[in-house]
Design a protein around this ligand. Structure first.
Ligand code: ATP
Length: 353
């Protein structure tokens, strides 16, 4: 089966810019899959989305939607309205003078009025908006406005839905609810979707796979779990989640560190590697012979976050349930979940045995 969307070595540099905004991006998205483009401001997420939508042209590389080439560096260019792409913007861009039902019907001019009515009814039901079909956008809550924007984008049955920071105008509580709701809606309608966000939690809760973009490149594309626990590069590890890098010295086929000794898959590597461990994967135990000392703790309600001084000089982050109550100054033994440990040489991840 064709990928729903396929980008092959897509690059884009804006006129006058020193660096490309998008560099050799290759991504294939399966039908029905939700992929998040996650990265810091300016990394090229929106430009990638605009290239797919047809608002920008790639300098090199190719973009295919549903198996059809829509843009390449050789002059192929299908305009946005003929790509079968639906868009949901941060500010929703609803038509203020049209009712909810008419907003949803907006892109359905090609259908008979009976078909149009039936499609609008389906979407009103799917998005739980039946009761407000005749209201105008200013008479809706933020969550309802977002549902209208999504219903309107889905109405013409696009090959793919592109969502650009769609949750950023919602307050925290509603945002959490809408993330789950939007994911359920996309799954129920088997919609292929790309979500642009700089929010890690959002990317991980909504998407099937997360593409981490840094400086115009997709550095890693994987399931949220793998991106979090096994970042492919140090740059991804630094951007995604909290964690501590602990230096390890390589001796033969083992790496020795303050977290313990670990076997290396490829012992011919460098002399120094770094081990990444997440705060949840470290446990602390009071032990007068322990090599580490608690330097601080903060209580966040559900748990304590500890900073622990290791002999190598690194301050280790550790999250512990609130019944583990260790005062600063306490000497501790540090245990880490070995299966959750990632190791890095100068940049890339290396295997541990
Ligand atoms: P944000 O989250 O802040 O929107 P982003 O990851 O979406 O960031 P882009 O908007 O894709 O990043 O921008 C990538 C780079 O391209 C930035 O350096 C930006 O300044 C530049 N850029 C974007 N659009 C244009 C344009 N039309 N002309 C020139 N440079 C642009």
């Amino acid at each position: 089966m064709h990928a729903a969307i396929e980008l092959t070595q897509v690059s884009k540099r804006f006129p006058g810019a020193a660096e490309p905004a998008v560099r050799e991006v290759s991504v294939a998205i399966a039908p029905g899959e939700i992929v998040a483009l996650l990265g810091p401001s300016g990394c090229g997420k929106t430009t990638t989305l605009r290239l797919i939508a047809g608002f920008e042209r790639p300098d090199t590389g190719a973009i295919a939607i549903a198996g059809r080439c829509v843009a390449d560096g050789n002059g192929t260019f299908v305009p946005p309205e003929r790509r079968g792409v639906g868009m949901v913007f941060q500010d929703y861009a609803l038509f203020p003078h049209l009712s909810v039902a008419d907003n949803i019907a907006f892109g359905l001019g090609h259908l008979s009025s009976a078909e149009r009515r039936s499609r609008v009814d389906d979407l009103l039901a799917l998005t739980g908006l039946e009761g407000v079909a005749h209201r105008y956008p200013h008479q809706l809550s933020g969550g309802q406005q977002q549902r209208v924007a999504i219903a309107r984008a889905l109405a013409p049955r696009p090959h793919v839905l592109l969502l650009d920071e769609p949750f950023s105008n919602l307050d925290t509580e509603l945002r959490t609810q809408m993330r789950a709701e939007v994911r359920a809606l996309l799954k129920a309608t088997e919609t292929t979707a790309i979500l642009v966000t700089h929010d890690q939690q959002e990317a991980m809760t909504v998407a099937d796979r997360v593409a981490v973009m840094l400086q115009g490149r997709v550095e890693q594309i994987d399931t949220p779990d793998v991106v979090y626990h096994f970042p492919a590069t140090r740059a991804v590890a630094r951007f995604v989640g909290q964690g501590t890098f602990v230096p390890a010295r390589v001796a033969g086929d083992v790496a020795e560190s303050d977290l313990g000794r670990f076997g290396l898959e490829n012992p011919a590597g460098p002399q120094l590697v770094e081990l990444l461990i997440r705060p949840r994967d470290v446990s602390l135990e009071e032990d007068s012979e322990g090599i580490a000392v608690i330097t601080s703790r903060t209580f966040n309600g559900a748990e304590y976050t500890y900073l622990v001084q290791l002999p190598c000089g690194v301050q280790l982050l550790s999250n512990q349930p609130s019944h583990v109550d260790l005062a600063p100054g306490t000497r501790v033994r540090v245990r880490c979940n070995r299966s959750r440990l990632a190791a890095y040489d100068a940049d890339a991840r290396i295997g541990l045995t």
